[in-house]
Design a protein around this ligand. Sequence first.
Ligand code: OOG
Ligand code: MG
Length: 257
Amino acid sequence: MTVTTWTVERAVEELRAAETGRTARRPITDDWPELDVATAYQVQTEFVAARGERVIGVKLGLTSHAKQQRMGIDAPLTGWLTDGMVLAADARVPVGELIHPRVEPEIVFTLGARLQGPGVTPATAMAAVRTVSAGLEVIDSRYRDFRFTLADVIADNASSARFVVGDVTRDPRELDLALEACVLREAGEVVDTATGAAVQGHPANALALAANALADRGLALEEGWLVLTGGLTDAVPFRPGHPITAEFTHLGTVTVG
Ligand code: OOG
Ligand code: MG
Protein backbone atom coordinates (compact mmCIF):
# COMPACT_ATOMS: atom_id res chain seq x y z
CA MET A 1 0.00 0.00 0.00
CA THR A 2 1.27 3.45 -0.91
CA VAL A 3 0.68 6.10 1.71
CA THR A 4 0.38 9.53 0.16
CA THR A 5 2.07 12.31 2.09
CA TRP A 6 0.50 15.02 -0.01
CA THR A 7 -1.54 17.77 1.65
CA VAL A 8 -3.04 21.10 0.58
CA GLU A 9 0.01 22.84 2.05
CA ARG A 10 2.43 20.65 0.12
CA ALA A 11 0.56 21.23 -3.16
CA VAL A 12 0.62 25.01 -2.56
CA GLU A 13 4.37 24.92 -1.90
CA GLU A 14 5.01 22.92 -5.08
CA LEU A 15 2.93 25.27 -7.24
CA ARG A 16 4.51 28.35 -5.66
CA ALA A 17 7.98 26.90 -6.27
CA ALA A 18 7.11 26.24 -9.93
CA GLU A 19 5.77 29.78 -10.33
CA THR A 20 8.58 31.68 -8.60
CA GLY A 21 11.28 29.37 -9.99
CA ARG A 22 9.74 29.52 -13.48
CA THR A 23 9.95 25.75 -13.79
CA ALA A 24 6.99 23.77 -15.04
CA ARG A 25 6.32 20.58 -13.08
CA ARG A 26 4.40 17.41 -13.65
CA PRO A 27 0.69 17.33 -12.76
CA ILE A 28 0.08 17.19 -9.02
CA THR A 29 -2.34 14.33 -9.64
CA ASP A 30 0.62 12.23 -10.89
CA ASP A 31 1.82 12.31 -7.27
CA TRP A 32 -1.54 12.80 -5.56
CA PRO A 33 -4.21 10.97 -7.59
CA GLU A 34 -6.73 11.41 -4.76
CA LEU A 35 -6.79 15.19 -5.28
CA ASP A 36 -10.48 15.95 -5.88
CA VAL A 37 -12.14 19.11 -7.16
CA ALA A 38 -13.17 20.38 -3.70
CA THR A 39 -9.65 19.95 -2.31
CA ALA A 40 -8.19 21.47 -5.49
CA TYR A 41 -10.22 24.65 -4.86
CA GLN A 42 -8.71 24.78 -1.35
CA VAL A 43 -5.25 24.55 -2.90
CA GLN A 44 -6.22 27.31 -5.35
CA THR A 45 -7.32 29.68 -2.58
CA GLU A 46 -4.09 29.13 -0.61
CA PHE A 47 -1.92 29.32 -3.75
CA VAL A 48 -3.41 32.74 -4.59
CA ALA A 49 -3.22 33.93 -0.96
CA ALA A 50 0.51 33.08 -0.99
CA ARG A 51 1.01 35.85 -3.57
CA GLY A 52 0.08 38.39 -0.89
CA GLU A 53 -1.99 40.42 -3.36
CA ARG A 54 -5.50 41.84 -3.34
CA VAL A 55 -8.28 39.84 -5.02
CA ILE A 56 -9.98 42.05 -7.63
CA GLY A 57 -12.15 39.55 -9.42
CA VAL A 58 -12.75 36.11 -10.83
CA LYS A 59 -11.88 34.36 -14.06
CA LEU A 60 -13.71 31.56 -15.76
CA GLY A 61 -11.77 28.92 -17.60
CA LEU A 62 -12.72 26.38 -20.24
CA THR A 63 -16.04 28.04 -21.10
CA SER A 64 -15.62 27.73 -24.88
CA HIS A 65 -15.54 24.66 -27.09
CA ALA A 66 -12.18 25.81 -28.52
CA LYS A 67 -10.58 25.86 -25.07
CA GLN A 68 -12.22 22.66 -23.85
CA GLN A 69 -11.15 20.77 -26.94
CA ARG A 70 -7.54 21.99 -26.74
CA MET A 71 -7.13 21.19 -23.04
CA GLY A 72 -9.17 17.95 -23.19
CA ILE A 73 -11.41 19.00 -20.30
CA ASP A 74 -15.09 19.78 -20.82
CA ALA A 75 -15.92 21.33 -17.43
CA PRO A 76 -15.70 25.10 -16.85
CA LEU A 77 -13.87 26.25 -13.71
CA THR A 78 -13.17 29.46 -11.82
CA GLY A 79 -10.01 31.12 -10.51
CA TRP A 80 -9.04 34.35 -8.75
CA LEU A 81 -7.72 37.59 -10.26
CA THR A 82 -5.39 39.78 -8.19
CA ASP A 83 -4.04 43.31 -8.57
CA GLY A 84 -0.58 41.86 -9.25
CA MET A 85 -1.84 40.21 -12.44
CA VAL A 86 -2.92 43.45 -14.14
CA LEU A 87 -0.94 44.63 -17.16
CA ALA A 88 -1.39 48.16 -18.49
CA ALA A 89 -2.92 48.55 -21.95
CA ASP A 90 -0.35 47.91 -24.69
CA ALA A 91 1.93 46.41 -22.04
CA ARG A 92 4.74 43.99 -22.69
CA VAL A 93 4.31 40.41 -21.59
CA PRO A 94 6.87 40.03 -18.76
CA VAL A 95 8.44 36.94 -20.32
CA GLY A 96 11.29 37.03 -17.77
CA GLU A 97 8.75 36.34 -15.02
CA LEU A 98 6.82 33.60 -16.80
CA ILE A 99 7.36 30.00 -17.93
CA HIS A 100 5.60 29.53 -21.29
CA PRO A 101 2.93 32.24 -21.67
CA ARG A 102 -0.01 31.92 -24.02
CA VAL A 103 -2.50 34.68 -24.86
CA GLU A 104 -6.27 34.44 -25.36
CA PRO A 105 -9.03 36.98 -26.05
CA GLU A 106 -11.81 37.39 -23.51
CA ILE A 107 -14.96 39.42 -22.84
CA VAL A 108 -14.63 41.12 -19.44
CA PHE A 109 -17.40 42.33 -17.14
CA THR A 110 -17.08 44.92 -14.37
CA LEU A 111 -19.72 44.42 -11.71
CA GLY A 112 -21.81 47.32 -10.43
CA ALA A 113 -23.44 45.23 -7.70
CA ARG A 114 -22.70 42.19 -5.57
CA LEU A 115 -23.77 38.94 -7.23
CA GLN A 116 -24.49 35.95 -5.06
CA GLY A 117 -25.87 32.55 -6.02
CA PRO A 118 -27.45 30.08 -5.99
CA GLY A 119 -30.18 30.58 -8.55
CA VAL A 120 -28.48 33.34 -10.55
CA THR A 121 -29.89 33.42 -14.10
CA PRO A 122 -28.24 35.05 -17.12
CA ALA A 123 -30.72 37.94 -16.72
CA THR A 124 -30.03 38.53 -13.02
CA ALA A 125 -26.32 38.15 -13.73
CA MET A 126 -26.44 40.86 -16.40
CA ALA A 127 -28.40 43.16 -14.09
CA ALA A 128 -25.33 43.21 -11.82
CA VAL A 129 -22.98 44.23 -14.65
CA ARG A 130 -21.84 47.86 -14.86
CA THR A 131 -19.74 47.68 -18.03
CA VAL A 132 -18.30 45.24 -20.54
CA SER A 133 -14.82 45.48 -22.08
CA ALA A 134 -12.40 43.53 -24.22
CA GLY A 135 -9.48 41.75 -22.62
CA LEU A 136 -6.47 39.59 -23.29
CA GLU A 137 -5.49 37.00 -20.73
CA VAL A 138 -1.88 35.79 -20.50
CA ILE A 139 -2.04 32.26 -19.12
CA ASP A 140 1.03 30.37 -17.89
CA SER A 141 0.40 26.88 -16.58
CA ARG A 142 2.72 25.73 -13.85
CA TYR A 143 2.49 22.28 -15.49
CA ARG A 144 4.78 21.08 -18.26
CA ASP A 145 3.25 21.42 -21.76
CA PHE A 146 -0.03 22.71 -20.24
CA ARG A 147 -0.85 19.07 -19.48
CA PHE A 148 -3.22 18.63 -16.54
CA THR A 149 -6.47 17.17 -15.23
CA LEU A 150 -9.41 19.27 -14.05
CA ALA A 151 -8.24 19.04 -10.42
CA ASP A 152 -4.68 20.05 -11.42
CA VAL A 153 -5.75 23.15 -13.32
CA ILE A 154 -8.14 24.21 -10.56
CA ALA A 155 -5.31 23.94 -8.01
CA ASP A 156 -3.09 26.02 -10.34
CA ASN A 157 -5.64 28.89 -10.30
CA ALA A 158 -6.70 28.06 -13.84
CA SER A 159 -3.24 28.83 -15.27
CA SER A 160 -3.64 32.53 -14.34
CA ALA A 161 -0.66 34.79 -14.83
CA ARG A 162 -1.49 38.28 -16.19
CA PHE A 163 -4.29 40.05 -18.01
CA VAL A 164 -5.04 43.35 -19.70
CA VAL A 165 -8.43 45.01 -20.00
CA GLY A 166 -9.09 47.39 -22.90
CA ASP A 167 -10.00 51.00 -22.24
CA VAL A 168 -13.34 50.91 -24.08
CA THR A 169 -16.22 50.33 -21.66
CA ARG A 170 -19.74 49.73 -22.92
CA ASP A 171 -23.14 49.20 -21.35
CA PRO A 172 -23.81 45.51 -22.13
CA ARG A 173 -27.53 46.27 -22.47
CA GLU A 174 -26.71 48.20 -25.66
CA LEU A 175 -24.95 45.23 -27.30
CA ASP A 176 -25.76 41.69 -28.34
CA LEU A 177 -22.74 40.02 -26.78
CA ALA A 178 -23.47 36.69 -28.48
CA LEU A 179 -22.87 38.45 -31.79
CA GLU A 180 -19.89 40.55 -30.60
CA ALA A 181 -17.07 39.48 -32.92
CA CYS A 182 -13.37 39.17 -32.19
CA VAL A 183 -10.51 38.92 -34.66
CA LEU A 184 -7.29 37.63 -33.09
CA ARG A 185 -4.01 38.58 -34.77
CA GLU A 186 -0.41 37.59 -34.16
CA ALA A 187 2.11 40.04 -35.64
CA GLY A 188 -0.68 41.35 -37.86
CA GLU A 189 -1.77 37.96 -39.24
CA VAL A 190 -5.23 36.66 -38.41
CA VAL A 191 -4.84 33.50 -36.31
CA ASP A 192 -8.41 33.00 -35.10
CA THR A 193 -11.88 34.52 -34.95
CA ALA A 194 -14.91 34.01 -32.71
CA THR A 195 -18.03 35.70 -31.42
CA GLY A 196 -19.27 36.02 -27.84
CA ALA A 197 -21.54 33.02 -28.41
CA ALA A 198 -18.39 30.88 -28.16
CA VAL A 199 -18.51 31.43 -24.40
CA GLN A 200 -21.32 29.19 -23.10
CA GLY A 201 -23.69 30.51 -25.81
CA HIS A 202 -23.47 34.02 -24.29
CA PRO A 203 -21.02 35.55 -21.78
CA ALA A 204 -23.98 36.17 -19.44
CA ASN A 205 -24.29 32.39 -19.06
CA ALA A 206 -20.65 32.25 -17.99
CA LEU A 207 -21.21 35.00 -15.43
CA ALA A 208 -24.23 33.20 -13.98
CA LEU A 209 -22.21 29.98 -13.92
CA ALA A 210 -19.44 31.69 -11.93
CA ALA A 211 -21.87 33.16 -9.39
CA ASN A 212 -23.60 29.82 -8.86
CA ALA A 213 -20.34 27.85 -8.69
CA LEU A 214 -18.92 30.26 -6.09
CA ALA A 215 -22.15 29.98 -4.09
CA ASP A 216 -21.50 26.23 -3.76
CA ARG A 217 -18.43 27.26 -1.74
CA GLY A 218 -20.26 29.98 0.21
CA LEU A 219 -18.67 32.77 -1.87
CA ALA A 220 -20.01 35.69 -3.90
CA LEU A 221 -18.86 38.10 -6.62
CA GLU A 222 -18.33 41.56 -5.15
CA GLU A 223 -19.28 45.00 -6.50
CA GLY A 224 -16.44 46.48 -8.54
CA TRP A 225 -14.89 43.11 -9.35
CA LEU A 226 -13.77 42.12 -12.81
CA VAL A 227 -14.94 38.85 -14.35
CA LEU A 228 -12.99 37.33 -17.24
CA THR A 229 -15.56 35.12 -18.94
CA GLY A 230 -13.09 32.73 -20.59
CA GLY A 231 -11.06 32.47 -23.78
CA LEU A 232 -13.20 32.84 -26.91
CA THR A 233 -10.60 31.03 -29.00
CA ASP A 234 -7.69 28.71 -28.41
CA ALA A 235 -4.74 30.48 -26.76
CA VAL A 236 -1.73 31.55 -28.85
CA PRO A 237 1.79 30.83 -27.55
CA PHE A 238 3.43 34.21 -26.95
CA ARG A 239 6.64 34.98 -28.83
CA PRO A 240 8.52 38.21 -28.09
CA GLY A 241 8.41 40.50 -31.11
CA HIS A 242 5.07 39.03 -32.20
CA PRO A 243 2.40 41.24 -30.62
CA ILE A 244 -1.04 39.71 -30.12
CA THR A 245 -4.07 41.87 -30.84
CA ALA A 246 -7.76 41.21 -30.25
CA GLU A 247 -10.05 43.48 -32.25
CA PHE A 248 -13.72 43.49 -31.29
CA THR A 249 -16.75 44.94 -33.10
CA HIS A 250 -17.81 47.38 -30.36
CA LEU A 251 -15.29 46.80 -27.55
CA GLY A 252 -12.20 48.21 -29.24
CA THR A 253 -8.77 46.65 -29.66
CA VAL A 254 -6.41 45.25 -27.03
CA THR A 255 -2.75 44.42 -27.63
CA VAL A 256 0.08 42.80 -25.71
CA GLY A 257 3.57 42.96 -27.17
C1 OOG B 1 -6.60 26.76 -18.41
C2 OOG B 1 -7.11 28.17 -18.25
C3 OOG B 1 -8.33 28.37 -19.10
C4 OOG B 1 -9.78 30.03 -20.24
O1 OOG B 1 -10.06 31.20 -20.50
O2 OOG B 1 -10.37 29.09 -20.75
C5 OOG B 1 -8.69 29.79 -19.29
C6 OOG B 1 -5.63 26.67 -19.55
O3 OOG B 1 -6.05 26.73 -20.71
O4 OOG B 1 -4.43 26.52 -19.27
O5 OOG B 1 -8.15 30.75 -18.76
MG1 MG C 1 -8.70 32.62 -19.85
